[in-house]
Design a protein around this ligand. Structure first.
Ligand SMILES: NC(=O)c1ccc[n+]([C@@H]2O[C@H](COP(=O)([O-])OP(=O)(O)OC[C@H]3O[C@@H](n4cnc5c(N)ncnc54)[C@H](OP(=O)(O)O)[C@@H]3O)[C@@H](O)[C@H]2O)c1
Length: 238
């Protein structure tokens, strides 16, 4: 129970990878609040759910303030909420481009900025952002997603520099092809998956639990001297 007494917020923690992460943090003893636009009354497994839209700065600020009043902290923030709107640039609508950048990049900025007053007060505060293999690898049809995730990695590096002196670490997790959340559609894709599968050195997609294990490490005291890193969790991709 190495996270006992710590409060964690996981944006996009209601399903997919975010939920896997939330369960891992809760399993280590943290009080975990999952936040999304649609939340169940009872998310189960001891989790707490609060409504928030990461594209709206006021909404995320209200989330952090409510968490602080009710549960203390937050000491750990996982900026995980994300969307993907695939399509070639010529067919990518301005609305879809804006939605992806608003959620994946601006959403991370709003979340981290709103969390700072609380996270920097906690000894050993932790911020973890969520990128992707596609943050550093181009994939045709994923321009908005790739661009937003590359920017998240750059943002993470800057935030780590700014907060290091206050004992807060800021790191990024970059999952590869994962059999959870939005990754399932890719793994089930009849045309794309046979082309991508041979690039997996480990010969299989990852699990949500394997990504959650990396986040748990970065949220834990054991990672206190790891800062500004992008931790690739992709089983080795060629
Ligand atoms: N699964 C993979 O294979 C994979 C691989 C690499 C990276 N990632 C990254 O991992 C993260 C989680 O992905 P996932 O696969 O778990 O996706 P998912 O299953 O589609 O879940 C996305 C979560 O984000 C929330 N969300 C979306 N827009 C939001 C907003 N504006 N405000 C608040 N919450 C919002 C969703 O809830 P609501 O819709 O109710 O708001 C949901 O809880 C993303 O950043 C994704 O890019 C995933």
């Amino acid at each position: 129970m190495r996270l006992h007494g710590r409060t964690a917020v996981v944006t996009g923690g209601t399903r997919g990878l975010g939920r896997d992460v939330a369960l891992a943090l809760a399993g280590a003893g943290a009080t975990v609040v999952v936040a999304a636009r649609e939340v169940p009354d009872d998310p189960g497994d001891g989790l707490v759910a609060l409504k928030a839209d990461v594209t709206a700065p006021d909404s995320v600020a209200a989330l952090m303030s409510t968490v602080h009043e009710r549960y203390g902290g937050p000491h750990i923030v996982v900026a995980n909420a994300g969307v993907s709107r695939p399509g070639p640039i010529s067919a990518l609508s301005v609305e879809h481009w804006a939605e992806v950048v608003d959620t994946n990049l601006h959403g991370v900025f709003h979340t981290v900025r709103a969390a700072l007053p609380y996270v920097r007060r906690a000894p050993g505060g932790r911020v973890i952002t969520m990128s992707s293999l596609l943050g550093s690898r181009a994939m045709a049809g994923a321009a908005a997603y790739c661009a937003s995730k590359a920017a998240v990695e750059a943002f993470t590096a800057v935030a780590a520099l700014e907060l290091a002196a206050e004992g807060v670490t800021v790191n990024c997790v970059a999952p590869g092809y994962i059999d959870s959340g939005m990754g399932r559609a890719l793994i089930g894709h009849e045309v794309l998956w046979p082309k991508l599968a041979p690039s997996l050195a480990s010969g299989r997609p990852g699990t949500g639990e394997e990504v959650a294990g990396a986040v748990l490490f970065l949220a834990s005291p054991e990672s206190s001297y790891v800062n500004g890193q992008v931790l690739h969790v992709d089983g080795g991709v060629r």
